[in-house]
Design a binder for this molecule. Structure first.
Ligand SMILES: [Zn+2]
Length: 190
């Protein structure tokens, strides 16, 4: 009986010893882990070359260059729309509306003092994206390179047959430029 007791106590002692060893290992590992995390961190700046840092800084501070994102005159203000004359993006402060035509305030006098004539009225869906892009590209070119202003603005019409709203682009020019521009934009003719 005594022998059995001694054997039991021995086994228990061994078990407890084993348990302590396991706990000790875990504590040791935990302390090591803690030490690692408090090691001074090598900063990102020390690891990369100045060229890479410079490129990163440029990328971080660069403004999105997408047309329509920011006002062309207020680079920190979001654009609200594009001017019917210059087709550039402007913020709420810069844009005004004259008979449903959105125009930059700085071009309002030009819009009001000019006698405009309709050149082409195109159905956006019928004409397709390629020709519309071409229209605006050419219009911009006339404005910037030849200082010939044109007005392009959207119009909406209800198609009674299938009860759908269709979008049209109305293109106007000064009376003096009309003949020349009718020819230039004749690809809009169907
Ligand atoms: Zn603005």
């Amino acid at each position: 009986m005594e022998n059995i007791l001694i054997a039991l106590v021995s086994i228990l002692s061994l078990l407890i010893l084993g348990l302590f060893t396991i706990i000790a290992i875990f504590v040791y590992k935990y302390i090591k882990l803690k030490e690692k995390s408090t090691e001074p961190v090598v900063s990102f700046q020390d690891k990369v070359s100045p060229e890479v840092l410079e490129a990163l800084n440029v990328a971080k501070t660069a403004r999105p260059n997408i047309i329509g994102e920011f006002c062309i005159d207020h680079p920190d203000l979001y654009a609200k729309g594009t001017c019917a004359i210059s087709n550039e993006a402007y913020c709420e402060l810069c844009l005004t509306k004259e008979e449903e035509i959105k125009v930059a305030r700085k071009f309002l006098d030009l819009l009001l003092d000019t006698e405009w004539e309709e050149l082409y009225m195109v159905n956006n869906t019928v004409i397709g994206a390629d020709k519309l892009n071409e229209l605006f590209k050419l219009k911009k070119q006339m404005w910037h390179d030849d200082q010939i202003p044109m007005v392009a603005h959207k119009q909406f019409k209800l198609n009674v047959e299938d009860d759908k709203i269709e979008t049209y682009t109305l293109l106007k020019s000064r009376v003096v430029d009309k003949d020349q521009l009718l020819e230039k934009f004749k690809f809009l003719k169907n």
